[in-house]
Design a protein around this ligand. Structure first.
Ligand code: MRU
Length: 354
């Protein structure tokens, strides 16, 4: 299935699909400096937890090309401000920190190598993270596929799709697989205010793939759930923590509570790169607050009084008790068992059959 790519690396240049322009325009931003990549993450040209993790790895790789250090010690020292620049772009998705830590560890494990060799290792690592993400998407897709029964209707929120990742998305990966395998299903995409990732991106990419998608305003979700039109909801995550609490796009929590009220299963598709076992609970997850203009305007058109007070939290936390299962590349688990992810022996007892 041909898909638009959110990010590409070609001859030491990074091309980022400018998702702010979707669905009207398909334009790539050419980045030769890490600062351009960091800005593209901040301004949502590239967004979605796995995609910004990949962009961070590639951004660090491009930064190394300009470094003059002659020793690994100096090289690492020169890279530290670059790491911080990326960590500061967006605080909620743990994938940025995950990518930085992966590269830092790679350097520390190869301190005996030359600076030139380190640069090559980092570029290869960034490309590997990208490729691996595509494989992870496919595994999540396989693991979630049993949920897709002929004739089912599934709801999703925000965009946890191909454009939020390296390949097929997380919440959308089983949709692409189900389509490929001839399963008949419908998708309801919530528009996702304030910046409309559902309307602009999810409905666009699913239509592009020939998937039956219907767009709703966010406040229609409850009515559809109450009428029993939705078999299950599946969303992505920016950070899932040790106790199974899940941070995702603002509004996810309301949707999860509505699911509980209407006895509709609520699933979270979560690659290991977005699972943060060091953070004990959702209360410690930093929540990004963004520019009020995102709420007072739509595509540059003002919809609220000038100077009105605004709260613009980009994410919320859904407590584990609302989550039916977390679907990872290692299988599906109850939120309370996510803490065993690195303990294969115990984990195998907790794998769910969906
Ligand atoms: O602000 P965004 O567009 O980066 O928010 C994206 C989401 O909330 C996604 O659901 C999440 O990153 C998972 S993407 C596989």
């Amino acid at each position: 299935m041909a898909m638009l790519q959110s990010i590409k690396w070609e001859n030491n240049v990074i091309y980022i699909l400018d998702q702010r322009l979707l669905p009207e325009k398909i334009e790539y931003i050419k980045c030769t400096q890490y600062e351009e990549v960091a800005k593209a993450i901040e301004n949502l040209s590239i967004r979605g937890a796995p995609a910004i993790g990949i962009a961070t790895a590639m951004g660090i790789a491009i930064a190394t090309l300009k470094l003059k250090a002659k020793t690994p010690e100096k090289f690492l020292e020169e890279l530290k401000p670059v790491f911080w620049r990326f960590i500061k772009t967006r605080p909620t998705a743990v994938n940025i920190k995950w990518a930085v830590e992966k590269i830092e560890k790679l350097i520390n494990n190869n301190f005996h190598k030359s600076v030139q060799e380190l640069k090559e290792l980092i570029i290869n690592e960034a490309l590997r993270i990208h490729q691996e993400d595509i494989e992870i998407n496919k595994s999540i897709g396989e693991n979630a596929l049993p949920l897709f029964k002929d004739g089912c209707t599934v709801m999703t929120y925000c965009n946890a799709g191909s454009l939020a990742t390296g390949g097929f998305g997380t919440a959308t990966a089983p949709m692409y697989l189900a389509k490929e395998r001839g399963i008949k299903f419908k998708v309801i995409a919530c528009e996702t205010r304030p910046v409309l990732q559902g309307a602009r991106i999810t409905s666009f990419e699913l239509m592009h793939a020939g998937i039956d998608v219907t767009l709703i305003s966010d406040n229609t979700a409850g009515a559809l759930l109450k009428r029993g039109f939705i078999d299950f909801v599946i969303v992505g995550t920016d950070r899932t923590v040790r106790n199974g609490d899940v941070a995702n796009k603002i509004g996810t929590y309301s949707l999860a509570v509505l699911c509980k009220e209407n006895s509709t299963p609520f699933y979270v598709a979560a690659p290991l790169s977005s699972i943060d076992l060091k953070t004990p609970s959702g209360e410690q997850i930093p929540i990004e607050e963004r520019n009020p203009d995102e709420v007072t305007t739509i595509k540059g058109i003002r919809i609220a009084p000038v100077d009105v007070k605004v709260i613009n939290m980009a994410f919320d936390v859904t407590p584990a008790k609302y989550v039916t299962a977390i679907i990872t590349e290692k299988g599906a688990f109850l939120p309370k068992h996510i803490k065993y992810l690195n303990d294969e022996k115990r984990l195998k007892n907790f794998r769910l059959k969906l």
